[in-house]
Design a protein around this ligand. Structure first.
Ligand code: BGC
Length: 445
């Protein structure tokens, strides 16, 4: 029987402003990229020049068959100085929405995707008391200009990123990746960042991805609440949520409590916030297997992506089922993808991931849409331009776009809203017990 997805399912690909637009020079992470000793292997520079090429980029995505485009609005462009607004920037983002609509694509916006204006550090960054109000003021500016064009808003991307990054460093330690560990744990660049931001000391410098302590989490939560209130007021028709980075979690015997602790930090503490949202949004790339030492277990015979993640398309369905065990909010898959040089592996990844999503929908889980990460090979933060997540390759010397076979493959699924017959989920190499099977046991178990 043909596996058809529900009508209205959002079929798209995602990008974020800083990773594709280029020259985002008022942003905090742009500053970090320039500083000696920072974890960034290279600066983002001109990125893919998407700022100037957005129209042809969107046309290309539409011509491939995609029906939706998730992109982010850059706060540092809209408000280059506190209280100083760039009309040109909001006009630009309105044009991006309009180009999507012209091409028959649903624009899905993210209002914050990791980068913030560097002036925010003068207010304590993502630990600052005024930050939620400042964020809401920026959101108001955006929604006044383009709220009428938007039906789905993700306020902030991966609100749990700081917790995820901490765990990622742990995984690198287990894998013995010395270079990466050194880069990620070196803090020397911070002194220069403090000077360049004109702030008194390091405690005031807190980027979104560094907001790991209780005060940081509280600030991010308050910012979401404040932004949501603005969106509800100015664009009551729009569905609102925020995204979380969630990996499928499994535990070897005796390691359940480690998986539960991580789930508490990465998901459960956010549940009260989700309760008043319209959807829960997940970004899933792989699975994590906890072992008794609280370490991470990598099953023999599994292959890895360029990000050193286990190649595990079935992880997405695992996450959907775990979320569904916790809440009945509809789920938006705002990112899922694999960084692989061999594009045939991407085709396989997309097909198997979607086969899992289809099974979940058949089981009764509400899924709003699927956004492949990413539309283009782009600036992969600390890892620079080497990671190949894209459906479309970009020659950064000429800026020419070259769609890969996976782009046509995925585009034809988007067009038909159905899966090819030969695509099936695969059994996963054993990883112990699935988190949702022991969710109810609690951390004390
Ligand atoms: C982020 C993207 C990133 C992707 C791949 C997500 O954490 O939202 O910005 O490029 O994962 O690592």
């Amino acid at each position: 029987m043909q596996r058809v997805f529900p009508a209205g399912f959002l079929w798209g690909a995602a990008t974020s402003a800083h990773q594709v637009e280029g020259n985002n020079s008022n942003a905090d992470l742009w500053l970090e990229e320039q500083l000696p000793g920072s974890p960034f292997v290279e600066p983002s520079g001109q990125a893919l020049d998407h700022w100037n090429r957005y129209a042809t980029d969107i046309q290309l995505l539409a011509s491939l068959g995609l029906k939706s485009y998730r992109f982010s609005i850059e706060w540092a462009r809209v408000e280059p100085q506190p209280g100083e607004w760039s009309e040109a920037a909001v006009d630009h983002y309105r044009d991006v929405c309009d180009e999507c609509l012209k091409q028959g694509m649903e624009p899905v916006i993210t209002l914050h995707h990791f980068t913030s204006p560097k002036w925010l550090m003068r207010f304590g960054g993502w630990r600052g008391d005024e930050t939620p109000t400042l964020f809401a003021r920026y959101v108001e500016r955006v929604m006044v200009h383009l709220g009428d064009r938007i039906r789905y808003v993700v306020t902030m991307n991966e609100c749990n990123i700081s917790a995820v990054l901490q765990d990622y460093v742990q995984q690198l330690i287990v894998k013995g990746d010395r270079d990466a560990i050194e880069r990620l744990s070196n803090n020397q660049w911070k002194k220069a960042a403090v000077e360049r931001c004109g702030i008194a000391d390091e405690s005031q410098y807190c980027s979104f991805i560094g907001a790991v302590d209780a005060k940081g989490v509280e600030t991010v939560m308050a910012a979401h609440r404040a932004a949501r209130a603005v969106i509800r007021r100015l664009a009551p028709h729009a569905k609102v949520g925020f995204s979380l980075s969630l990996q499928q979690a499994q535990a070897l015997p005796g390691a359940e409590k480690f998986a539960l602790e991580a789930w508490q930090r990465k998901f459960r503490q956010w549940l009260p916030l989700i309760a008043d949202d319209d959807f829960v949004s997940t970004q899933t790339y792989t699975r994590t297997i906890y072992d008794v030492g609280g370490k991470y277990h990598v099953p023999a015979g599994t292959s890895q992506t360029q990000m050193k993640f286990e190649f595990s398309p079935e992880a997405l369905a695992g996450v959907l089922r775990t979320i569904a065990a916790e809440t009945d909010k509809p789920i938006l898959i705002s990112e899922n993808g694999a960084a692989v040089a061999d594009d045939a592996k991407r085709v396989e990844f997309i097909g198997r991931s979607l086969a899992g999503v289809h099974q979940c929908i058949a089981e009764g889980i509400k899924v709003l849409g699927y956004f492949y990460w990413s539309a283009f090979d782009n600036f992969e933060w600390y890892f620079g331009y080497k990671m190949q997540f894209g459906l479309i390759a970009v020659d950064r010397t000429t800026m020419e776009r070259h769609p890969k076979p996976s782009a046509s493959y995925y585009g034809s699924i988007c067009r038909s809203g159905a899966l090819p017959d030969d695509v099936q989920v695969q059994p996963q190499p054993d990883g112990g017990r699935e988190l949702r099977e022991f969710l109810k046991e609690g951390v004390g178990a």
